[in-house]
Design a protein around this ligand. Structure first.
Ligand SMILES: NC(=O)c1ccc[n+]([C@@H]2O[C@H](COP(=O)([O-])OP(=O)(O)OC[C@H]3O[C@@H](n4cnc5c(N)ncnc54)[C@H](O)[C@@H]3O)[C@@H](O)[C@H]2O)c1
Length: 309
């Protein structure tokens, strides 16, 4: 696994939720690029297995358990990186869960659990890392895990999408705040087939994929395909890139346009009368080319990807 010259030689990286799926791929790739990795994982056995895989291949890794949304656990991840490997250079916030329901059926618990793991689970390790970098006067890189569900919306994922859109906003703000001290912050919106997503795919698609893997073809949806971009964003080679949201799947890396205002109507320097708005509001949609009704941008993207692979 170890290369003589990697993008992350001598660096130390924390990856949360690194026991399986996308996080596992990220931990293995960071280690392959020369980093020592803190494998932060709720599921102790899964975390230790990944740390073991790295050390058996000649790399440096330690497993760290606990819920990353817990402040004490998050702080201990940074302390572990510093005590075991001497420093911290990058943090990959990846841990996450799904509890899909339409809003009308969504329970208080399913809202709270998803928002907690994603938003607090990104905030707590980021705060711990940023505090460390400020105090140590060192630069640092954070990679956050957003989702097209947050950026484009996705039916049945009100809790998850709200948290993932919040993560993209959080990343942008960490980037602004960190700019002066050399701290970069970027978000990814990955797509991969993992424990989280495999069951959501149509059976016909899954069997087509298995046949393609058997033929030795490139597995577009393998979770490991997300890792190269993340390893790059953890490295000093990406120091000029911050506050961005990247789409990543298969052999594709995309950049998302940030939320931006694309049209404006004004009322001649006077407060709007609500009764005037029905006659004027359509100007916004006409100029911007935006539909006034609910749009399903996710459906368009997903069908395109599934049709091609
Ligand atoms: N798979 C996709 O297509 C996809 C798409 C968009 C976004 N994402 C995001 O990518 C990330 C990884 O997803 P995945 O598909 O690899 O899922 P996964 O379920 O395979 O892996 C997630 C890992 O995070 C761990 N975890 C969950 N909560 C934790 C916590 N509080 N503390 C520590 N560890 C915790 C789990 O034990 C698990 O090992 C998630 O944030 C997910 O929302 C995935």
């Amino acid at each position: 696994m170890l290369r003589r010259m990697g993008l992350l030689d001598g660096k130390v990286v924390i990856v949360t939720g690194a026991g399986r799926g996308i996080g596992r791929g990220e931990a293995l790739e960071c280690a392959a690029q020369g980093a020592a990795v803190v494998v932060a994982e709720f599921d102790k056995d899964a975390g230790e297995a990944v740390a073991g895989e790295i050390t058996e291949a000649g790399g440096r890794a330690v497993a760290a358990g606990g819920d990353v949304a817990d402040a004490a656990v998050a702080d201990s991840l940074v302390a572990t990186a510093v005590e075991r490997f001497g420093a911290l250079d990058a943090l990959v916030n990846n841990a996450g869960i799904l509890r899909d329901r339409t809003v009308a059926k969504l329970s208080d618990d399913d809202w709270d659990a998803v928002v907690r793991v994603h938003l607090r689970g990104h905030f707590m390790p980021t705060r711990a890392a940023v505090r460390y970098w400020r105090e140590a006067k060192r630069p640092g890189h954070v990679v956050h895990t957003s989702s097209t569900s947050g950026l484009l919306g996705n039916f049945g994922q009100g809790n998850y999408g709200a948290a993932k859109a919040g993560i993209a906003a959080f990343s942008t703000i960490v980037a602004m705040e960190g700019a002066r001290s050399g701290i970069t912050s970027n978000a990814i919106a990955p797509t991969a087939l993992t424990r989280m997503t495999l069951d959501l795919m149509p059976e016909e698609f899954r069997s087509r994929r298995e046949a393609s893997i058997e033929r030795g073809e490139f597995d577009f949806f393998a979770p490991e395909n997300v890792a190269p971009l993340v390893a790059f964003l953890c490295s000093d080679a990406s120091s000029h890139i911050s506050g961005k949201v990247f789409g990543v799947q298969g052999d594709s890396v995309e950049i998302f346009q940030p939320f931006t205002s694309v049209a404006e109507i004004k009322n001649h320097g006077k407060r709007w009368d609500p009764e005037d708005l029905p006659g004027r509001i359509d100007e916004l949609f006409d100029v911007a080319g935006v539909q006034p009704g609910a749009e399903n941008m996710m459906q368009r993207m997903r069908y395109q990807i599934l049709a091609e692979h």
